[in-house]
Ligand binder design. Structure first.
Ligand code: ADP
Ligand code: 5GP
Length: 217
């Protein structure tokens, strides 16, 4: 970090990458939506998936829904920052969109699974890794079934995967227990705000160091 007396100020504030993972049904989508509606300067990275849209899901908002052939073409063309097979479908994060936004100083929220998070950790060791925990196994099961978006067999697969996903919580820096939705939203927001207050990020705000220089005697 340059000293406070640096005369030329060519630095740019870059956005941070926030990676949020959780077992299916923990409330990650609900929490991410709430965070995005409360905070300025943070955008959701809309993933590509081969999964069929759920009722109410909108193309380009919740996901880019693509065929397996198209997904494979995108893999071949190097269009993904990371991609993984999750619960029997393919999911991937678009590379160019994410990098362009970070360079413009926009924070990016990635809602990706634990395999994807591992890949992102290698590429962006400075990213912020957050795991959303349900308050109990019983509640996770009730939420997943209550959402009514998957048939019995898919619910079973997601619950089976949840066992191993929960075992990956230690790989993350932060955990938010989503018992009370309001409290969990505040905790998630607090993590983003704390990251924005890191010395390195604050001092990279254009013009700040110059503005802090005392006048010549
Ligand atoms: P995920 O994206 O992690 O799979 P969702 O956000 O779709 O999970 O949430 C699963 C279900 O649980 C939804 O029906 C949602 O409305 C509900 N839900 C989310 N958070 C809470 C909470 N704190 N208390 C009760 N129900 C919740
Ligand atoms: P769902 O089908 O419930 O929307 O998502 C299933 C899982 O896929 C969730 O764990 C979600 O975080 C993950 N997921 C969504 N988008 C991506 C992505 O781009 N990459 C990876 N690796 N996982 C994703």
């Amino acid at each position: 970090m340059p000293p406070l007396t640096k005369t030329t100020d060519t630095r740019r504030e870059r956005g941070d990458l926030f990676v949020v993972s959780a077992p299916s049904g923990a409330g990650k989508t609900t929490l991410c939506r709430r965070l995005l509606s409360r905070l300025e300067g943070v955008e959701f990275s809309v993933s590509y998936t081969t999964r069929a849209p759920r009722k109410g899901e909108v193309e380009g908002v919740d996901y880019h829904f693509v065929s397996e052939t198209r997904f494979e073409e995108m893999v071949e063309a190097g269009r993904f920052l990371e991609w993984a097979r999750v619960h029997g479908n393919f999911y991937g994060t678009g590379r160019d969109e994410v990098i362009a936004s970070l360079e413009q100083g926009i924070d990016i929220l990635l809602d990706i699974d634990v395999q994807g998070a591992r890949k992102v950790r290698k590429l962006f060791p400075g990213a912020v890794f957050i795991f959303i925990l349900p308050p109990s196994w019983k509640e996770l099961e009730a939420r997943l079934k209550g959402r009514g978006s998957e048939d019995q067999e898919r619910v079973r697969l997601r619950l089976a995967n949840a066992r191993s996903e929960l075992g990956s919580v230690h790989e993350y820096k932060y955990a938010v227990v989503n018992a009370d939705l309001y409290r969990a939203t505040e905790e998630l927001e607090a993590i983003v705000l704390a990251q924005r207050c890191k010395i390195s990020r604050v001092l990279s705000r254009p013009g700040l160091l110059k503005a802090l220089r005392p006048p010549l005697p």
